[in-house]
Design a binder for this molecule. Structure first.
Ligand SMILES: C[S@@+](CC[C@H](N)C(=O)[O-])C[C@H]1O[C@@H](n2cnc3c(N)ncnc32)[C@H](O)[C@@H]1O
Length: 205
């Protein structure tokens, strides 16, 4: 693993509890729940949640689906996710997903992950290989990206801003199109007055 990925992993190992509180308090999880409602017609199992964090999305998805797996390279995040859910969770680097061999998914979810990746094209190509013929990749990402501010996250903000490389929904679409995907649905909900959460669904052309 390169040094930037190692830094990201260490940051989330340290800040996982603060992150979880921040997401609850600032309405970020509520926005994720709204996005999930708006795209639920596009979701089919088996489902892979690429950076499951504390397991918030998996918990919601488990109300309707049973064939779900999560992944997150932060061991401390995974501990929280395992307390919150009943699904199997791997700790691969999401860019390479070494332990997944040639498994197939109908839905791959990338929620608040893409801005952290160093090898975006490689990651998309790996995800494409894991996708069923009629499968979908769903991005759930914020725009504009706002420096997190809360009692919980303030002590981690400088480090976080140093490792994150935000993209607009249009930029995400461009990268996906260049890698053989087409946008099939886009939804949006407000997180607060400053920024919104977007849901972008792609399938192979
Ligand atoms: C901002 S959190 C998002 C967590 C969750 N999806 C959510 O929205 O609450 C980013 C998560 O991605 C994980 N992560 C970042 N880069 C990763 C990578 N290359 N492979 C696996 N996990 C990664 C971190 O450990 C962290 O838990």
């Amino acid at each position: 693993m390169n040094s930037k990925a190692e830094k990201i992993k260490q940051l989330y190992d340290i800040c996982c509890t603060d992150y979880d509180r921040h997401m609850v308090k600032t309405g970020h999880y509520t926005a994720q729940e709204k996005i999930l409602e708006l795209i639920s017609d596009q979701i089919a199992e088996p489902i892979l949640d690429l950076a499951c964090g504390t397991g918030f999305l998996i918990k919601l998805l488990s109300k309707k689906f049973t064939n779900i797996v999560g992944n997150d390279f932060s061991a401390e995040m995974v501990k929280i996710a395992k307390d919150n859910t009943n699904v199997s969770i791997t700790t691969d680097n999401a860019e390479t997903l070494e332990s997944y061999d040639d498994k197939k998914f109908k839905t791959i979810i990338c929620c608040n992950l893409f801005f952290y990746l160093q090898n975006r094209n490689e990651a998309i190509n790996r995800w494409a290989k894991l996708l069923d013929q009629d499968g979908k990749i769903i991005f759930i990402e914020e725009y504009p990206f706002v420096e997190p501010s809360s009692q919980e996250m303030d002590k981690h903000t400088t480090e976080l801003m140093d490792i994150i490389d935000p993209l607009s929904p249009q930029d995400i679409q461009k990268v996906m199109t260049q890698n053989g995907f087409e946008l099939i649905k886009q939804v949006k909900t407000e997180i607060d007055e400053q920024h919104s959460l977007y849901g972008l669904m792609f399938s192979l052309k």
